[in-house]
Design a protein around this ligand. Sequence first.
Ligand code: SAM
Length: 221
Amino acid sequence: MSPAADDPRPPVRLEAMDHDNDGRKYSPSAGRNRQDIVDALAEELSPAGDLLEVAAGTGEHAVLAAERLPSWTWWPTDRDPDALTSLRAWASQARLPNLREPTHLDIQGSWPLEGRCLDVVFASNVLHISPIETAEALFAGAVRHLRPGGSLIVYGAFFLPDVDPVASNVQFDEELRASDPRFGVRELSDLTERALARQLLTPTIRPMPSHNYLLRFATRI
Ligand SMILES: C[S@@+](CC[C@H](N)C(=O)[O-])C[C@H]1O[C@@H](n2cnc3c(N)ncnc32)[C@H](O)[C@@H]1O
């Protein structure tokens, strides 16, 4: 799937969210990208397994994915109390047996996984909106908790070597850095270098709509 050059959808921004009285939040960007992300995951994932979603946000991705992939057990987490409230509201409304109770996990903290061995760690739209130390912690945590041959899958906007950055992502990067100088659209080459240093493999790259990518960093077998 290639991003259309004239795709009118903006990248994920610092955004205002609607919410229901039951606590479910709606992220405009998740509303736009969740179908594409879940379609891509359905093609990327093996028939069954355990997936930890970090920085899961509202819960819209988790519910759609757990519906679409019933043989995958989905463990949604976030560090933000408001996100956890929304995640729990979406999960309790969806009542999906394979969607586990959302729990607190700070990527930069200890990962309270009680020895669980994961097939996939998934992170959507977090690396640009957090310091680079979060990427380091994500790679380290994934390597600690993935089974051999498991994958860290990361979705978002990235600058790729030898690909001219589109104006919308350059502007997005500037907005992020203005909001916090530690944030910004990440260079894939820098992420790959950090991942390799943690014994992950060079990622596969799947182009997604609106100039986003799905990166898959496998662990060694
Ligand atoms: C832009 S939102 C993305 C949410 C969702 N994954 C999506 O794609 O719509 C970024 C999320 O990252 C979470 N986050 C940021 N830093 C984090 C960290 N160190 N550990 C866990 N979650 C974090 C925030 O709480 C927020 O829910």
